[in-house]
Design a protein. Sequence first.
Length: 355
Amino acid sequence: MRPCAADQAQAWQVSGSSPALRLIRRGRGKPWGSETGDDSEIPVRSATSWPPSVLTSRSNFCAELVDGKRPYSLCFDGFRHRQDHSAMRKGDRGPAPPGQSWRVLMNSKMKTLSLAVLGFVGFGAAGAAMAQCPASLSPPWSLVSTLQGTATSVTGGYDSTACRLRVALNQNGSTGSKAFVLDQTPANETRYRAQFIIDASGIGLTQANRNVIAFSVLGATAPAGGNNRMVFALLTGNGSAAILRMFVGDTNQGSQYQTLDIPLPNQAGANRVEIDLVTGAAATMKYWVTNASASTTEGAPTGTFTNLANTGWTGVDQVALGFSTANTFYRQNFTNTSYVYFDQFDSRRQTFIGH
């Protein structure tokens, strides 16, 4: 998100919101429905149908608060990937909207599970809006994929958000059981950063023979003899605690993966996971796994996978958050009310996300 001047583009005013909103398509990529690179007006459609289902990786949309005299703006830049904004990092954000503070407005991350865009109901009603969880997660997610499972947005978000993603699989479901959201917006990214919160405390998972994939980074291609899972995290136990078993693509290995067990620091609540994945012949992936409330810095990752040969995956093409490929013991022993929660997914190309 970043401030944007209202006098640099035409605007379309949305009716039925208080205060009024103006949605602007900024020009750092092709405008919606245009082949030029100029700012352009978004075609008229209802507030509930916006944003469009397909956005370019450099799309930039603004939701502007209008008080009749002077507009106040926030840009929601990069529904595919939130871009790096020097003005934001330097604190040049301009005046806050009336009755609001930038501290509140900047809590909205890309694909926050509270609302796709904070401005849908008007910034003046932001506090009330964040208590309303969306009935559908698509958009902002590319799609929601469920089979003998559920993936919904519910109240009780973490670290200042109102809503969170809740997933579970039906007991004794098939091997194809799944409940996840999918982001199809990455475009063969050779560097990819992502962060999310996971809370598995409600299911009491400690058994090493029960596991389910909880997060997957999919490559644009698959290496010979392999699949397109470039990175994935298996939620399982080590006999005494819940862990994430991280699999990171490396075709130098017989299994095509380097693996590592990472105990979740907060067994009683939410944990924050961040990765910084680089593609190359001798690539790396840094990772941060911390209590969700703990501060993190780029210079102090939890660990680093090194000497990864991962060019066989080309680059990051899709990301799944939620459950798939549960083993038999997981499906036998957990039910459709054995909920695991996710929140605050964010992805970028370059800058550290952190907390």
